[in-house]
Design a protein around this ligand. Structure first.
Ligand SMILES: C[S@@+](CC[C@H](N)C(=O)[O-])C[C@H]1O[C@@H](n2cnc3c(N)ncnc32)[C@H](O)[C@@H]1O
Length: 337
């Protein structure tokens, strides 16, 4: 993948404990105390600030989610839920003895770190727009700030490529999967995990003012406005097919929101989903609702407060689908056959 120039300087840099650049552009003068790499590095850390949250500055596309401590905590809660859903596994691809693994859009890197611990013999790389990964990590995992929506340079390198919760972040999924295809070794696997956008209840009519519907509709509309849909999970299978993958398998999980199921495992996963949503609904929608739908931040907060109430209400018996899809790169591509 290419390393492009970072975005223009942010509107309101956060302090972030990083070297400060003054309002003048002295950091870019010949006599600068910073090398080019250091300048690039410090601008990557000068996060954009919007309504009290911080966002990445680097990359060709604008990610919807904040990258501050609150958002990182939420991602780690989500990771626990995803792992419970897979009963402790990290992926479902039937890959054997992977040597090189790539986690695309790694976030806090928690999946990549767990994966490195599970496969000490493998090298695990995580890429993201935000430099929010820890530095105390197993020796076989490393992170790079990189943009998966730009051209990739890796070719036939990985045994396994994993992505999770990239909804709303990819303009063209078939193109994205073609890049993954190219980066995989022949016979390598892709493993995709995405939450469904819509919520429903088999038992209760959620009514016309249902905050779940308003929230999902808003994400759907705002994602489409920026050309990066949030409605991803149900389509992964056909996009993988279009990109040339074979042996595609899809597993769908119907996950409760909250602990209303009689089944102990479903109650457990459901209560983590509840926590993940209580902590995350605002992170998902705030930037898109304000910038694309012209909502005020107060309107966003009111909807999110109503939604959090609904999420905590176990009597609504709400559920949500989660999609796990795997595909394999053929041992021989069509051109070689
Ligand atoms: C919802 S988080 C999921 C993080 C992680 N995959 C997980 O499941 O724990 C989505 C991540 O994708 C990253 N992302 C979005 N667009 C990206 C891009 N174009 N290139 C690299 N990373 C990107 C974001 O910065 C964010 O950390």
């Amino acid at each position: 993948m290419d390393v492009p120039d970072p975005n223009p300087p942010p509107n309101e840099p956060s302090d972030g404990g990083q070297p400060e650049q003054g309002d003048d552009d002295s950091a870019f003068e010949e006599e600068s105390q910073y090398t080019d790499t250091e300048s690039l590095r410090s601008s990557i850390f000068n996060f954009r600030k919007e309504h009290g949250r911080t966002y990445h500055v680097y990359g060709s596309t604008e990610h919807w989610g904040p990258n501050d401590d609150l958002a990182q905590e939420q991602q780690d809660i989500s990771h626990h839920m995803w792992s419970l859903m897979l009963r402790g596994e990290l992926y479902i691809a039937p890959v054997e003895n992977p040597h090189r693994i790539l986690d695309v859009g790694t976030g806090t890197g928690i999946w990549a770190i767990d994966c490195a611990e599970k496969h000490p013999e493998a090298s695990v790389k995580g890429i993201d727009l935000s430099p929010i990964q820890p530095s105390w990590v197993p020796p076989n995992v490393y992170f790079e700030i990189d943009d998966f929506n730009l051209a990739w340079v890796d070719s036939e390198k990985y045994d396994l490529i994993h992505h999770r919760e990239l909804l709303g972040s990819v303009p063209d999924w078939v193109e994205f999967y073609k890049k993954c295809f190219q980066a995989l070794k022949p016979g390598g696997w892709i493993d995709c995990a995405e939450p469904g956008l819509w919520f429903d209840s088999f038992y209760v009519d959620l009514g016309p003012d249902d905050p779940y519907k308003q929230w999902s509709n808003g994400l759907f509309e705002s994602g489409n406005q920026v050309g990066m849909s949030f409605d991803v999970g149900p389509f992964v299978k056909e996009w993988l097919e279009a990109a040339g993958f074979i042996n595609i398998r899809e597993k769908k999980f119907c996950c409760t929101v909250g602990k209303w199921s009689k089944d102990p495992w479903e109650r457990d996963v459901g209560s983590w989903n509840q926590l993940r949503l209580v902590r995350g609904v605002e992170d998902f929608c705030s930037r898109r609702f304000v910038n694309q739908l012209d909502w005020s931040i107060d309107e966003v907060e009111i909807l999110c407060a109503r939604l959090r109430q609904a999420v905590k209400n176990n009597t609504l018996k709400v559920h949500q689908w989660f999609f796990f899809v795997v595909g394999q790169k053929p041992m021989e591509s069509k051109e070689e056959a």
